[in-house]
Structures are given as structure tokens and as C-alpha cells.
Design a protein around this ligand. Structure first.
Ligand code: ADP
Length: 541
């Protein structure tokens, strides 16, 4: 027997319809590239998204056409998002921090027809437009008054485009239609295109608003600092309108002072970003003595959140930290470190240890760990293995079938991470499988060592890589950026780490650098570091 419920396709315009109808007066506040703070409501977002879609339809944009955006988090980016996705086009967010060659590859590979660009990034596209023959024009996301002198081919002023449009009724199509595209940063090989569908985005948003996930509701003010070009701003571009939360969009200013200013003036309840952003905020707070009276929760993910950061937020500022893990291929949220009922009766140390893990999956994400032969390993918090996931918002292949089917016969996707799972369902990342240090046949977690090293008060940032060793194959080298003015020595840092890890995990050497290289999504670039220290002679070798 079949169920007798309606066929109501999960299209992303339904999210905005709901926001307009039931939360129409809730605000979206944006720091603009032009300077001033801009405010309007979900009603305005809906009206302007429809005008934009209508203008683009008149200019011939149709179902399945791919349009690029190179933009910060802001209201115009939201209009492009909802306007063009609802029209049936595919919005391809470009990460402006990528190298020029990678951008050229991605834009051509995705076959972007038009690119919407914030003023900040006009020069980035001017420099590469000769290598982008298929791009028909560039929409500059500003008004007439701020239109720059530009060599871009067919430049169109965004506000002029809005003026060309009128009201648009959204078309109805299959919920499995593509609606968004985001390339993984490709630490190995070429970047690969992850393609989201309307259905996967709506489902992912439903999964992530839930109480044990982001727990978003209409009374809250949320600031996604994580960019829209970093995997849907971790769902918040959908989950905020879906639940009616007020949104605060930080634009291009992500330094400690600018972030603090918005947290304070807009009384932000929850915010989210990668650890490097929070490092800047914490340093700003420390140096100014300012506090965070309004902020209640901060979601930290994208790379491992050091325990010292969780401690600083919770102890010094009374802000709850939710440690999250995910991947572009997972839409992206895979797990969140929200404690289970009953855990409040455990010791503080036990609760803290659980919060430091990457957390539990929401409904819609299945997880398991396996050994090299694919046998499932126990969920005992000790055994670590390859982390496999599956669910309706997880990729099964990349754009144009690159790399073939990326799931096994059981539909499991190998995340490339090595992790443990414990009896409470908490997952903890040991390492990316290619970063784990293989010492004498045993594995050492670079993340664990980094987490401990950054706990030293004079360490600004730490990275651990394996370097060649004649007896052990690989041994850990600790690379350190000292805090401003610090002269801390390698011996002092190792003495600080002593007793906090097994003796054989202790790094064999410490190197000091001015800067640690990062990827476009804020992760430590281990590949570059390994090249930089190739041939480094350990004192133990
Ligand atoms: P990229 O930045 O390479 O485009 P993603 O943003 O999809 O790719 O990165 C996904 C990877 O980031 C995960 O597989 C994992 O290795 C790492 N990662 C994300 N969140 C965390 C976390 N909280 N702790 C440790 N690693 C994390």
C-alpha cells in the first residue's frame, strides 16, 4: 500500500516562502562592502529575489544554467542565492581565496555563464577573465553610484538588473534538480565539484535546525561568519530563514574588532566559524578587556577546535562552544558536540572531554569506522579507523562523474578522516588519513599534539607533521608560531607537553616559523609544510 500524502517537492523557495509569510519582519543585517550597515527584512529579501529572478529570466537564464558568485556574506548574495536557485539555475559559490589557476580551472570546469562579484573581488576576476572564454558577463554587486572603472567584459550593475525585473512566480520542478555547487579545495589533485540538490538542501536544513544540532529558532539572532562560499555557510543560509532567526552578515571584515562590533551592537545569540576567526576574536577581547554579554553559543568547526579555545570561551566569557565537524560533500554538517541528557551528572572533566570531541551525528547522517579491510570497528572510544558516512545530503559522485562513484556498494562514503566513535555516539577525529604520523607501524595523531601545544600561553599557532626517520619511518616535528614578543624555546614547549601525552608521541624536534600556511578554507596546509621541511634532519635521526 502506498502512503496517501501530497507530492510537495522540497524546493528551496519554500524556505523563503515560509520566512516571508511567518517571519516577514525579521531582519537581515549586512555589513556592506561599500561601508554602511544595511538592514531589511525577509519580506524584502523575497521581493528582491523575485525581481532578480525575473530580470535574469528575461535575459535568458534557464533551468540548469550555472551562475558563479564571488561574494561575502551579505543581503545581495542571499538574493542571488534564493532568486536564481528558485528559478532552477545552479548557484556556484567561488572561494576568492583560491589561487588564480584553481579559480580558472573551477570556473571553466563548472561552465559558469555569468559571475556575480562583490566590489572587493573585481580585480581578482579582471586578472583571469582572458582565461574564462565561456563567461558571458559579470554582474557587479553594487549600485550605480559605486560602479567601478573595470576592464571586465560586459559589466552589469546589480541594482540596474534588479530594476529590470518584476514579480516572478516560482516554477515547480523536480526536487532532485541541482541548485548549488561548491568545489572541495582539492588538497590532492584538481578541485572536485560537489553538487547539492533542492531536496538535499531542504533536508539538510531540517536536520540542522533540530535541538541537538544548531537549535535555531525565531527568537534568535544568528551571525554566520563562516562564508556562504564555504559549503552553504554550514546550512545557515537555509536554516535561519527556515526558522525565522534574524541574520547578521559580516561582509568582508572578519578581524576581531569588526566581529566584536557586530556581536555587540546586534546582540548576536549564536555565531559560527573556523578556529582561526575565533583566535582573532579572543586575542582582541584579551587585549581590550571586553566581554561578550549577549553571545550564548559559538559553533566552531572546519578544523579541530583546540580544547584551550573551548575553555577560554566557556570559562572567561560564559559562551557555550559547540564543536562541529563536516565536509563540503556532506552539505556540510556531519556531527555536533552537544552533550546528551544525563551527561550533566558526570564529572566536569568528563563533560569537558566530550565537548572536545567532534560530536554526534544529527538524524540523516549514519557513521561507522572500519579497518583497512573494511571491517567495522568497535564503538569503544579507543579503536580508530576510517570514518565512513552515508545519508540523503551526502555526495555519491562529483560533477561530471570525476573519480567515478565515490561510495561503496553499501552507499558508504569514505571521508578521508581517521576517527574513534564512543559508546555515547561521540565521534573524535584522530587525523586526516594522509596527515596521521606513522611511527614504527603505530599512528600518532597530529591533531592531538597541536591541541596540546597551542594550550601553551606563548604559542599562537602549532602544526605537527611527520618527517622521515631512518629507524621509525616517520617522527613528529612540531612547527610553532610564537605569540608577539615571545622568545619561548622548543625545550620549554616540550616540557609543557610532557605528561600530557604518551612518551613516544613526543615530537622529536621543534621548528619556529613566522607563519603557518593555510588553505582557502582556513585549514593548516600540511602538504606545503611537508615540502618546506622535506629533508629536515631530526636530532634523533
Ligand atoms: P576543504 O576545506 O578541503 O574544501 P572541507 O571544508 O569539506 O574541505 O573539509 C572537510 C575536512 O575538514 C574534514 O574531512 C576534516 O578533515 C576537516 N574538519 C572539519 N571539521 C573538523 C573538526 N571539527 N575537527 C577536525 N577536522 C575537521
Amino acid at each position: 500500500m502506498q502512503g496517501l500524502m501530497q507530492d510537495w517537492p522540497l524546493l528551496v523557495h519554500t524556505v523563503l516562502d515560509h520566512a516571508r509569510t511567518y517571519h516577514g519582519d525579521r531582519e537581515i543585517v549586512s555589513r556592506t562592502v561599500e561601508g554602511p550597515i544595511h538592514r531589511y527584512t525577509y519580506t524584502d529579501l523575497d521581493a528582491r529575489s523575485r525581481k532578480l529572478a525575473s530580470a535574469m529570466a528575461k535575459r535568458g537564464l534557464k533551468l540548469g544554467d550555472v551562475v558563479g558568485t564571488m561574494a561575502w556574506n551579505g543581503y545581495r548574495h542571499m538574493e542571488i542565492w534564493y532568486g536564481l536557485m528558485s528559478l532552477g539555475s545552479v548557484v556556484h559559490t567561488l572561494n576568492p581565496r583560491l589561487f588564480a589557476e584553481q579559480l580558472v580551472y573551477i570556473i571553466n570546469h563548472a561552465e559558469d555563464q555569468l559571475i556575480f562579484v562583490d566590489l572587493t573581488f573585481v580585480p581578482v576576476l579582471e586578472a583571469i577573465q582572458d582565461k574564462l572564454p565561456a563567461v558571458r558577463g559579470y554582474v557587479i554587486m553594487t549600485d550605480r553610484e559605486h560602479m567601478p572603472e573595470t576592464s571586465l567584459r560586459n559589466p552589469i550593475c546589480y541594482e540596474d538588473l534588479i530594476d529590470e525585473g518584476d514579480h516572478m512566480e516560482w516554477p515547480r520542478f523536480d526536487e532532485n534538480t541541482a541548485c548549488g555547487m561548491c568545489y572541495t579545495s582539492g588538497t590532492t589533485g584538481n578541485p572536485k565539484g560537489v553538487v547539492y540538490s533542492h531536496r538535499s538542501n531542504v533536508l539538510h536544513s531540517l536536520m540542522t535546525v533540530a535541538g541537538d544540532a544548531l537549535a535555531i529558532d525565531n527568537r534568535q539572532t544568528i551571525m554566520p561568519v563562516v562564508p556562504m562560499f564555504h559549503a552553504n555557510a554550514w546550512s545557515m543560509t537555509f536554516s535561519c530563514p527556515m526558522s525565522g532567526a534574524k541574520m547578521v552578515m559580516p561582509g568582508g571584515k572578519m578581524d576581531g574588532e569588526s566581529i566584536y562590533e557586530l556581536l555587540d551592537t546586534e546582540k548576536v545569540y549564536m555565531t559560527a566559524a573556523v578556529p582561526t576567526v575565533w583566535l582573532m576574536l579572543l586575542q582582541y577581547l584579551e587585549s581590550t578587556g571586553k566581554k561578550l554579554p549577549h553571545l550564548t553559543r559559538v559553533v566552531i568547526g572546519g578544523s579541530a577546535c583546540p580544547p584551550s579555545m573551548i575553555e577560554a570561551f566557556e570559562r572567561d566569557y560564559d559562551v557555550e562552544v559547540v564543536h562541529a565537524w563536516g565536509m563540503t560533500e556532506m552539505s556540510p554538517l556531519g556531527s555536533l558536540g552537544v552533550l546528551r541528557g544525563g551527561m550533566e551528572n558526570r564529572s566536569e572533566a568528563e563533560q569537558f572531554a566530550a565537548k572536545c570531541k567532534q560530536g554526534r551525528p544529527p538524524y540523516g547522517v549514519e557513521m561507522k569506522i572500519t579497518d583497512d579491510d573494511g571491517n567495522e570497528m568497535p564503538r569503544d572510544g579507543e579503536s580508530f579507523g576510517h570514518l565512513l558516512v552515508r545519508g540523503p545530503c551526502i555526495s555519491q559522485s562529483y560533477l561530471k562523474g570525476e573519480g567515478g562513484r565515490i561510495v561503496d556498494d553499501g552507499n558508504w562514503f569514505d571521508t578521508g578522516d581517521v576517527s574513534t566513535l564512543d559508546a555515547d555516539g561521540f565521534m573524535q577525529i584522530t587525523d586526516r588519513s594522509k596527515d596521521v604520523i606513522k611511527s614504527g607501524g603505530e599512528w600518532i595523531s597530529s591533531i592531538d599534539l597541536e591541541n596540546i601545544a597551542v594550550g601553551h600561553p606563548e604559542v599562537a599557532e602549532a602544526a605537527v607533521i611527520g618527517v622521515e626517520h631512518p629507524k621509525w619511518d616517520e617522527r613528529p616535528l612540531l612547527v610553532i608560531v610564537r605569540r608577539d614578543g615571545s622568545q619561548v624555546s622548543g625545550e620549554e614547549i616540550l616540557a609543557f607537553m610532557d605528561g600530557k601525552i604518551a612518551k613516544w608521541w613526543m615530537p622529536d624536534d621543534v621548528a619556529f616559523v613566522d607563519e603557518i600556511p593555510h588553505t582557502a578554507t582556513g585549514k593548516i596546509q600540511k602538504l606545503t609544510l611537508r615540502e618546506q621541511f622535506k629533508g629536515h634532519r631530526l636530532p634523533t635521526a
